[in-house]
Write a protein that binds this ligand. Structure first.
Ligand SMILES: [Fe+2]
Length: 178
């Protein structure tokens, strides 16, 4: 159960909050549907995140992997009440962890090749490292018996994927050749 003093998660999901969960409070491009994991006003369950052209950077090597990450995140909502140690959720999280690690390293290579200034590159890499650290924390918590549901994990993964794309990845467009 969530302690009474804990702030209510902005997503409105009813399960146990992950210890590092931060509300998804980034201003979305107007063309993108609002916070995807937020419950509908009628209390319906979280909606899958819809891809939108506003997420496209213009490099298929990155965009294709972003779409794959969103697809993997959305698969968590096929089992919203499943526990984080259930086989289907473990399978999705295992695939997600590998996909994140491969994607981040590849994206960092591309950013270096594009000549992104060190200060901006470092901030971007730090956010990759934050996400991978939190992914590890999630697994440690799951192994220790934390009562996370797939829907809770979905909200966190959307923060990792959605927030990161908007706050960092779209900035790659500034360094693409004209
Ligand atoms: Fe990134």
């Amino acid at each position: 159960m969530r302690p009474a003093t804990a702030p209510r998660p902005e997503f409105g999901y009813a399960g146990a909050p992950l210890p590092f969960h931060k509300p998804f409070a980034v201003t979305m491009p107007a063309s993108v549907s609002p916070e995807p994991a937020r419950r509908q006003p009628d209390g319906a369950a979280a909606r899958p995140m819809q891809w939108d052209a506003a997420y496209d950077i213009g490099l298929s090597a990155i965009d294709d992997q972003h779409r794959k990450l969103v697809e993997l995140a959305n698969r968590l909502l096929e089992h919203p009440e499943a526990g984080v140690r259930d086989e289907a959720v473990v399978d999705i999280l295992t695939r997600l962890g590998k996909a994140l690690a491969i994607h981040f390293r590849g994206e960092e290579l591309i950013m270096r090749e594009l000549g992104m200034p060190a200060r901006r590159l470092d901030a971007h890499v730090r956010d990759h490292d934050r996400i991978l650290d939190q992914y590890a924390e999630l697994n440690i918590g799951a192994a220790a018996g934390a009562p996370y549901r797939a829907a809770d994990v979905f909200a966190q993964v959307i923060d990792w994927v959605g927030r990161h794309m908007l706050e960092h990845d779209l900035g790659i467009k500034d360094y693409l050749p004209a």
